[in-house]
Structures are given as structure tokens and as C-alpha cells.
Design a protein around this ligand. Structure first.
Ligand SMILES: [Zn+2]
Length: 112
């Protein structure tokens, strides 16, 4: 099965307003067979977020978190030593252990 950004698009939503992202607004940060990291900027609420998509036996799971980093910054940040494979592994582990639905994954700041 071809695994590409194209296939993941239906999973990629703004964690705040749930709007689907336009392909042009998505920056691919890293990708391997099972994990994809993306940076997104929402056109509607102009909030930037990082989205990790993990592919497992249950299918693809996405996990979004808000970030202050702009598109250019995050590329620099992600390409540097600051983010190691361990960080990606940590997210992967989180997804593996996470038992709730995808909606619960997306906690809105005002409900925490
Ligand atoms: Zn939004």
C-alpha cells in the first residue's frame, strides 16, 4: 500500500476548529514507514500545530498539538539536534498506549 501525504490528508485536521487543511499549508517534517510528522497552519483560526500520524494495526491515528513555532522556525527546529528520534518514539509510545478516541486526543486549551 502506498503511504503518502495524499493518503493521510483525510486525517489531518486543525486541533482547534476541526477544519481540514489545504494541502499547500502542510509542511512535511519527517516521514518513515509508520510515522509522519507535519506542521500545519490553519487558514481559519491561524493557529499552528504539529500533527503526528502513526500507522499501526488499527490503521492510522493522528495526534495534534498546538505550537508557537512558525513554519520556517519549525523546519529549523526539527532539522536540528533539538528533536531526536527519541521524541518521535515518545509520541509513538503515547499513541500505542492511548486507549481513548481520536477526539479525546485533541484537548482544547479552554477545557483542560
Ligand atoms: Zn483552525
Amino acid at each position: 500500500m502506498e503511504h503518502s501525504l495524499e493518503n493521510l490528508k483525510p486525517l489531518i485536521r486543525c486541533p482547534v476548529c476541526q477544519k481540514k487543511y489545504e494541502p499547500g499549508k502542510v509542511v512535511l517534517l519527517s516521514e518513515d514507514d509508520r510515522k509522519t510528522a507535519l506542521h500545519l497552519t490553519c487558514e481559519t483560526c491561524e493557529i499552528s500545530s504539529l500533527v503526528f500520524v502513526s500507522l499501526g494495526k488499527m490503521g492510522a491515528v493522528s495526534f495534534g498539538m498546538l505550537t508557537d513555532l512558525e513554519r520556517q522556525e519549525v523546519k529549523k527546529f526539527y532539522g536540528s539536534e533539538a528533536v531526536s528520534p527519541d521524541d518521535a518514539l515518545e509520541v509513538h509510545q503515547f499513541l500505542k498506549e492511548f486507549q481513548g478516541g481520536i477526539e479525546e486526543c485533541f484537548s482544547k486549551p479552554d477545557t483542560i
